[in-house]
Write a protein of this length. Structure first.
Length: 446
């Protein structure tokens, strides 16, 4: 929302001008209203919500940032949350909101939901891990039986569709509620009325299990260009569906989390979080960086006689450390990206290391030759620095490439997020190893 619009709305809220504010809100999309409420305090947001109809109020609440939404819900009684918001939400959205509450408030909200079937669906969905297909799915679907005729199927579809905002697919189940296929809407129009659904349905649809990790769900939807994906239980019964808009939210959150890990943030944090939260998110890697720096100083301190004999060696310390860190981060970033989009697997570890070694060999040769030419011109052919820096750079690039490739693959095999391999971890490790290689090679050549 533009600053001018936000200022205008804020003035109307301050003036308690309900009529004019209601007119403004009427023409705004729920997402825009949610952005507005993110900037307001809880009481101001409450004033805005009182002017919205129930369905729009529910949509706005879903679109709000988690922190702003939590502050707002904390001041509302459980009965209001249930009857004003949850009753007008899809089950997956309702679960996202209720999951963030403590157990006592969850029970209170659920007890005030008027639709017992909806409350039961929410309770069932809350049992699933939020990082699995079961924790992401909703239960709103159009379902038909494989033995129904066309007229019977059409009549039932109309009844079910009344309670749904969007219909992506019509799912076909057998008498035991096991998923059998997808019913194309075109077939409903073109098929004779005497046909049964099982004769015209598309069999063996793509589906996922309730325990499938969200990362795998994202890959399936992306691979097969689906707008919705059915979810089945351990015996093949249809229990829910995941829509592409739910997946996009997860993709964004994962991308933000991985980016923050790669940037050296130890927890999820945003720019509008308080000072304490931002400090605790940044400090751990900074402290590790300090330890790495102290380690480097100790290493260099043991070679004071080498620096006394060849003071020009000190000029290349930033070059060695920076190059190792950059190369390692590049290698690890490519591996993390490959693991994320499923183009690379842990089983291909040896193949990937060999490929990265070839690339590193080419890069290391070019870099070391360029630096050698520079030092040859500046210090002469017989200078120790001309050889030691070039050989050290070659060794550092080779080590950093292989190390940057191997670490995220190892973390993936150990079921640890490989995104932590990029950024500070790789840079600090390669910096220390780079100094050891640099000093060791210099001593051997001196």
């Amino acid at each position: 929302m533009e600053n001018e619009e936000l200022k205008k709305v804020s003035e109307l809220i301050e003036q308690k001008d309900s009529d004019r504010l209601k007119e403004v809100l009427k023409d705004l999309h729920p997402t825009d209203i949610a952005e507005l409420c993110n900037e307001l305090n809880a009481e101001e947001a409450r004033f805005v919500y009182l002017l919205l109809d129930n369905e729009k109020a529910a949509d706005v609440l879903v679109e709000m940032d988690e922190d702003a939404r939590k502050r707002f819900l904390d001041i509302l009684p459980s009965e209001t949350i249930a009857k004003r918001f949850v009753d007008y939400m899809d089950s997956d959205d309702a679960v996202d909101i209720i999951r963030d509450m403590d157990e006592d408030k969850q029970e209170e909200v659920l007890s005030h939901i008027e639709d017992i079937e909806q409350a039961g669906d929410i309770v069932d969905l809350l049992k699933y891990d939020e990082d699995t297909a079961g924790g992401l799915m909703g239960t709103e679907m159009v379902i038909v039986n494989e033995n129904w005729s066309m007229p019977e199927c059409l009549r039932e579809m109309r009844l079910q569709a009344e309670d749904m905002d969007e219909i992506y697919y019509v799912y076909v189940v057998d008498d035991d509620e096991r998923l059998q296929g997808v019913f194309p809407l075109k077939k409903m129009i073109t098929s004779p009325s005497v046909s049964k659904v099982k004769h015209v349905m598309k069999k063996d649809p793509i589906s996922v299990h309730v325990d499938t990790p969200i990362e795998d769900v994202v890959q399936v939807i992306e691979k097969y260009d689906l707008v919705a994906l059915p979810v089945i239980d351990s015996i093949g019964r249809l229990v829910g569906r995941i829509t592409v808009d739910d997946v996009m939210d997860e993709v964004r959150e994962q991308a933000e989390r991985d980016y923050q890990l790669a940037s050296g943030l130890s927890q999820d944090v945003e720019s509008d979080d308080n000072v304490f939260r931002q400090t605790t998110a940044r400090l751990p890697w900074l402290l590790i960086g300090i330890l790495g720096g102290i380690g480097n100083s100790i290493i260099l301190g043991n070679f004071d006689t080498t620096f006394a004999a060849h003071p020009e060696m000190a000029l290349y310390i930033p070059l060695i450390g920076g190059t190792g860190g950059n190369v390692g981060t590049q290698s690890s970033a490519l591996v993390v990206q490959g693991l994320a989009n499923n183009s690379l697997s842990v089983e291909n570890t040896f193949k990937q290391i060999m490929k990265e070694s070839v690339v590193a060999l080419i890069n290391a040769t070019i870099i070391s030759m360029l630096v050698y030419i520079y030092n040859f011109v500046r210090f002469g052919a017989n200078a120790t620095v001309s050889y030691s820096v070039s050989i050290s750079l070659f060794a550092v690039v080779m080590f950093a490439s292989i190390f940057g490739t191997l670490v995220p693959l190892t973390l993936e095999k150990l079921k640890i997020d490989p995104a932590i391999a990029t950024g500070p971890f790789i840079s600090i490790t390669n910096d220390i190893m780079g100094m050891l290689l640099y000093m060791g090679i210099t001593v051997l050549l001196a």
